[in-house]
Ligand binder design. Sequence first.
Ligand code: 6PG
Length: 245
Amino acid sequence: MTEIRILPDAPSLAQNAARQFSALAAAAIQARGYFSVALAGGSTPQALYRLLAGPPFAGEVDWRRVHVFWGDERCVPPDHPDSNYGMARLALLDHVPLLPENIHRMAGEKEPQQAAAGYEEELRAFFEARRLSSPCFDLVLLGMGEDGHTASLFPGTAAVREQERWVVAHLVAALKARRITLTPVILNQAAQTTFLVSGAGKAERLRQVLEGPAQPEQLPAQAIHPQNGRLTWLVDEAAVSGLSR
Ligand code: 6PG
């Protein structure tokens, strides 16, 4: 099931995302004793993470039962200004009582292929220990770039077509940078996937993704279609200004 929630602006988008996060965490923890979430990088989710770090949300979530993963990471050390882990740590992780062993960081400082292989092993161990037949995150948060990329699945990269591996490391030619990313193989197993897309700069690309022909290799955000889960687009009015309906 796909839904599009249009919020007036970026702050209300972050509020809506925080309420969804809190509700999903409560339901998952009540049902199975833990909540697994894959965080997005970039600037849009930062407002969400800061909201979750303060009242009322910080007090609503049983953080000791939350497992945090990442959808992608830049190949930099965790204290580098470009690190997605570093951004989440400053905005959220340092402010809530997560257990250190429940913070599953992608090792951006390591040799990328080894880091990707190691992360896949960590994911397999996590989901096997919970006797889940598939790697089903309770929530995957994603952003979308102005080129239609999501996580670090960039247009024209083989990662978009990956059919076996859950995690790959690759050189993103457009950025002249290496990235580690979850692939659609695992991303599309999530129970709930939520895109956070804000701003007029994304409007034309969002129209192509939502209303245009299927071309996931050029528009990797189109490669995200949960097999059994729910897909929610949290967008603001500026970002949907290009949609025809
Ligand atoms: C990253 C993200 C990336 C991001 C988009 C949108 O590592 O940068 O994972 O996929 O979500 O680039 O970024 P903004 O939210 O900053 O527009």
